[in-house]
Design a protein around this ligand. Structure first.
Ligand SMILES: NC(=O)c1ccc[n+]([C@@H]2O[C@H](COP(=O)([O-])OP(=O)(O)OC[C@H]3O[C@@H](n4cnc5c(N)ncnc54)[C@H](O)[C@@H]3O)[C@@H](O)[C@H]2O)c1
Length: 333
């Protein structure tokens, strides 16, 4: 069980999920929240002044040891990542993040007293062979990560780090917990610049089309590839539950089971925006696996819960936020 008296460090706290999690913990009454990120503070998505905000490169052993020092709970959300456009072209960079989790685990071991160590894994650990069909029913169960054939680069780093958590738990009793996130989206995330994922990219493209009057949208792939998307509030709830569990320690899916094709995701955003766009399919763009959805049998069994925010509702909030960002950028020019 977690307790608001626990001292918590959020690694990658300047990022999308980390920024929300720090706010969530402060609202829950946590008094000691340390937030560490490599980016300059001016680039953090959210800065919570009640937290101890530290700029440091957690690839470095000393920085990781300092980050974990005196902390009861370590939450590792830090890594070099982005949507398919980023991870397909930056495999080496993604793999270097293995240093972050390695050094944080070593720091937790060295410092002692770590009550929980949470690692954010990904659906990209799943075997590519099991994701060849463009079907919303491509539900991936936890055991589908083996035999190992994860996403090249990023997925291998995640799978290796999961294993490392397991062996630090078995060999040195570090109480690790691991969740495999399936596409998380929501306000205060990346929506431009090359690291953005499909929900934010589609919102931005639809808003750009509206603003420019050029009623066209480019879609990566043929639009038939399928995914599920989890709204940020569900992700926060899941992280808290999984980290707090006294009994469950194996990697577990944390994702929505509401599968859609990318075309259906575009339909939703068009509907929110009140516009219809001509679709141009770019078959040469990075598009990832054909079909992926979260099998939630295990999380329902263990926690009696699964992420349940409807995609339409979450996308509405995300669209409004990106629209505000783009409108204020346009007026400040
Ligand atoms: N967002 C998703 O859809 C999704 C899906 C699957 C898994 N995940 C995992 O969840 C975690 C958080 O994702 P996010 O969406 O918030 O990503 P994000 O990119 O917004 O946040 C990650 C943060 O880590 C920081 N970071 C990178 N290298 C660092 C270093 N060397 N030292 C310190 N900080 C460093 C980055 O600056 C960034 O702010 C990541 O581990 C990611 O792989 C996210």
């Amino acid at each position: 069980m977690l307790d608001p008296k626990d001292k918590v460090v959020i690694c990658g706290g300047g990022g999308f999920i980390g920024g929300h999690l720090v706010g969530d913990l402060i609202r829950k009454g946590y008094k000691t929240v340390r937030c560490v990120d490599v980016k300059p503070k001016s680039d953090w998505y959210q800065v919570h002044e009640q937290a101890e905000n530290v700029v440091a490169d957690l690839n470095m052993r000393d920085a990781a040891f300092a980050a974990t020092k005196g902390m009861d709970v370590v939450i590792n959300l830090a890594c070099n990542m982005g949507g398919m456009g980023f991870i397909e072209l930056n495999k080496g960079l993604c793999m270097i993040s293995v240093l972050i989790n390695t050094h944080l685990l070593m720091g937790a071991r060295e410092n002692g007293g770590c009550k929980r160590f949470f690692y954010a894994s990904s659906a990209c650990v799943y075997n590519g062979d099991k994701q060849r069909e463009k079907k919303v029913e491509t539900f991936l169960k936890e055991e589908d990560a083996y035999p190992a054939m994860p996403e090249d680069g990023y997925g291998w780093e995640k799978l290796f780090s999961e294993r490392m958590c397991r062996h630090f738990r078995e060999d040195w009793k570090i109480p690790t917990r691991v969740a495999r996130f399936h596409n998380v989206y929501g306000p205060f995330g990346t929506w431009a610049g090359g690291r953005e994922k499909a929900p934010a990219a589609i919102c931005r493209k639809v808003i750009e089309a509206k603003m420019s009057g050029k009623h066209e949208i480019e879609i990566w792939g043929d639009g038939q590839q399928t995914r599920s998307f989890m709204y940020i509030s569900d992700c926060l709830k899941g992280i808290y539950m999984i980290t707090g569990s006294d009994t469950w320690h194996d990697p577990i899916n944390l994702g929505s089971a509401e599968g859609v094709t990318i075309n259906q995701l575009v339909d939703i955003v068009e509907d929110i925006a009140g516009i219809k766009l001509k679709r141009k399919y770019n078959l040469n763009a990075p598009k990832g696996v054909n079909g992926r959805n979260s099998d939630n049998t295990l999380i329902k069994k263990v926690f009696n819960w699964e992420p349940d925010t409807k995609l339409r509702d979450g996308m509405e909030k995300t669209y409004r936020w990106i629209n505000d960002q783009m409108a204020s950028k346009a007026t400040s020019k």
